[in-house]
Structures are given as C-alpha cells and as structure tokens.
Design a protein around this ligand. Structure first.
Ligand code: MET
Length: 397
C-alpha cells in the first residue's frame, strides 16, 4: 500500500488505502485469499510464527491477507494505529469488552444501547458478575457521579440507537480517563466519514460493518480500531479463541463498499434532512428525533463532533396501532431491521431491535416509547421516500 501521511482527503484515502500494488499481477483490486491455512516453508518457520518471533500467516482465524487490508484501511480511516475485523458487530463488541473487563468490574453506558449490546451486558452480569449502569450523558455531572472505582470501561453510542441522542465524546473521555477507565464508542451510525471518536478522546471504536461500511445490505461483519498493543493482544487472545472472525469475502465486499462511503454518506445525510423536514410538518407525526434538526439543542456539539447528521431518523405517531399501520403500509421502504444501506428500511425498536431490553428499562431508562419507529433513510430519490411515507401515514385513521 502507498504511504498516506501526505494524503488528507477522506475520499482519497477510502479509495487508495486498499491499494495492493505489491501483488504479482498488478491487480487493481484486492485479491481474495480464500484459504483456511498457510503452508510453512519449514518446521522452524512454523514454530517461529507461532512464537510470534517471525511475521507471516498461520491460520485464517488469526489473520488473512484480504481481511488484513480491510483492517489497515479501517485504521487509516478512523485515524487509529490498528484495526481488527470480526464476524459481526456483536463479535467486535464482545471481544473488546471481554478483553477489557473481569468479574466485579463495572461498565458505564450511555442511556441507550443497541438491544443485543444490552443483552450481552446482561449475560456478562448474570453469569460473570460484571456490573453495568445506563446513565444520561447529556449531563456530565451524572456521568461523573456514576463512575465507580471498579469502572473499567465507559461504553457509548452516539447518536444512540434508536433514540438518536448525541453524547459529547471529549467530555465523557475526560471523565473516563480521570477515573482510570477506557472509552469505547460504537460508531456504526456515523462511520469514520461523519465522526472519528478517537480524535475526541475515545480509546477503541467498534463498528457493525454490516451497515454503512458494507453499505449494500449483503453481509454481516464487525470491526474494532484502536491502539496496536491492545488489538494485537485481542488478535492473539480473545478474538483468536472466541473465533468471531470476518470471512475474506466479507472483507473484500466491505473494501469495495468503503470506496463510495463518502458519496453514500453525503446522500444519506441529504435525504434524511429532507425526510425529517417532511415528518416534522406532518400532522400525524407527534415527535421527530434527528441530529440534523435546525433548532437541535446540541447544535454546537453536533457541529464540533460530527461532519453531518447521518441517515437515521426516529419518530412517533400517536398510537402504537398507528405505527403498525404505517409499517404495514410502506411500499418503497422495507420493513426490516438493520440500517445503512441503499434501500430505506423501517422498523419498530420496542418489538424488534430492542425487544430483548426489559420494557421498564426500555421506556424509563432508554426513553424508547412503545410507539417509536426507526427509519434508515436510503439512497432513493428523496421525493419517492417522502411520497411513500405520505401514503403510508395517510392510512393511519
Ligand atoms: N443492529 C441492527 C439494528 O439495529 C440489527 C438488528 S436486530 C437483530 O437494526
């Protein structure tokens, strides 16, 4: 790969960082290494690779050349020392958290988390005695007060799935570090094009690469980026032994996806702005949650931390039944979980992505109303997305 110190533009990096020109055939795109294992030239070399004394491939659960190109590309795009790829976003989150904590430790979380992340924390608590709390991170006094001597990790989504609350990363990072904890940020909703948490004090960034990074709804994958020493440790311990690895074909597809990441994110942002404006003025829509709102109370923070407001919108209609009618009436938008792809997707957090969260926690701590609907605004023409929502909202009695 080329040297990138002088290249400033994200667009340029996202296209050239996976440059495989050292390949014998001069292939423009990254070769796909579909292999489980690697032949050692001799017994001594095999032993030396296992001992970590010599570089070189061993086995694709530990590293794979195609996957390694993606890991380097993601590190480059997030401004990290290193990256590590996983079989899913949850694979990345599990490996990172398990590497950082032990029984009796405490994890402090934003007051909203993807449902399966909450499920993982609950499992770690019930089976291994790892404590966790959700705290409203709009108020730094509360974050400070919720820190404990055993707090080893502060875990943040921003914007939060699905409520779209925004958290001040630098302020939380300062509190975490003052208390001896590390800050882990799930950057799935933003991607490194819109937000780079490591530049705002985070120690590790995790992604579901299934979403915007892949961008086409055709794969499941995850990535973590951060310091090389931590990720090396993860590669040779937690990731290796948990085995939640990314397949080379997935890495290849994501490398293809990130070449157009900047273009796609720009359009997702533009489309979502137009859709949010439409929803705001619609009489049947009671609440809209969108970081791109003109009069958003955290406008300064959003401008400081995010290059754009993203493609995700959450909103409420008056009744649960109304929400159901809406979701059953869309024609262009598809009723499905997941997000960040070309197709507009609509789903109901309370019964779908966040169904695993107990109802009281979901409502009272996370602020997810039963009637909340989440929209992942796609890349269709904005007028078509709006027309579809308009006809579906008209079906609500
Ligand atoms: N993380 C995805 C989402 O928020 C997948 C969902 S539920 C299994 O939509």
């Amino acid at each position: 790969a080329r040297e990138f110190q002088e290249i400033q533009g994200f667009e340029t990096k996202s296209i050239h960082t996976a440059d495989p020109r050292s390949e014998v055939f001069g292939s423009l795109t990254v070769p796909l290494y579909m292999t489980s294992t690697y032949v050692f030239p001799n017994a001594e070399t095999g032993g030396a690779r296992f001992a970590g004394e010599e570089p070189g491939m061993i086995y694709s659960r530990i590293a794979n050349p195609t996957v390694e190109v993606l890991e380097k590309a993601m590190a480059e795009l997030e401004g990290a020392e290193a990256g590590l790829a996983f079989g899913s976003g949850m694979g990345a989150i599990s490996a990172v958290l398990i590497a950082m904590i032990k029984s009796g430790d405490h994890i402090l979380c934003s007051d909203g988390l993807y449902g399966c992340t909450y499920g993982l924390l609950t499992m770690l608590k019930e089976k291994f005695g790892v404590q966790f709390d959700l705290v409203d991170m709009a108020d730094m006094e509360r974050v400070r007060a919720a820190m404990r001597p055993e707090t080893k990790v502060v875990y943040v989504e921003t914007p939060i799935n699905p409520t779209l609350k925004v958290v001040d990363l630098q302020a939380v990072a300062d509190i975490a570090h003052a208390g001896g904890a590390q800050l882990v940020v799930d950057n799935t909703f933003m991607t490194p094009y819109l937000q780079q948490p490591l530049q705002h004090g985070a120690d590790v960034v995790v992604h579901s690469a299934t979403k915007y990074l892949g961008g086409h709804g055709d794969l499941i994958a995850g990535v973590a980026v951060g310091r090389k020493a931590f990720l090396d440790e993860l590669r040779f311990s937690t990731l290796k032994d948990i085995g939640a690895v990314m397949a080379p074909m997935e890495a290849w597809l994501i490398l293809r996806g990130i070449k157009t990441l900047s273009l796609r994110m720009e359009r997702h942002c533009e489309n979502a702005k137009k859709v949010a404006e439409f929803l705001h003025q619609h009489p049947k829509v009671t609440n809209v949650y969108f970081p791109g709102d003109e009069n958003h109370p955290q406008k300064d923070l959003i401008a400081r931390q995010m290059r754009g407001s993203g493609g995700m919108i959450a909103f409420e209609v008056e009744t649960l039944e109304g929400g159901r009618t809406l979701m059953n009436s869309v024609r262009l938008a598809q009723l499905a979980v997941s997000l960040g792809e070309a197709t507009t997707l609509i789903q109901h957090p309370a019964s779908m992505t966040h169904a695993v969260v107990p109802a009281d926690v979901r409502r009272d701590e996370m602020g997810i109303a039963d009637g909340l609907v989440r929209l992942s605004v796609g890349l269709e023409h904005p007028q078509d997305i709006i027309a579809d929502l308009e006809q579906a909202l008209a079906k609500i009695s």
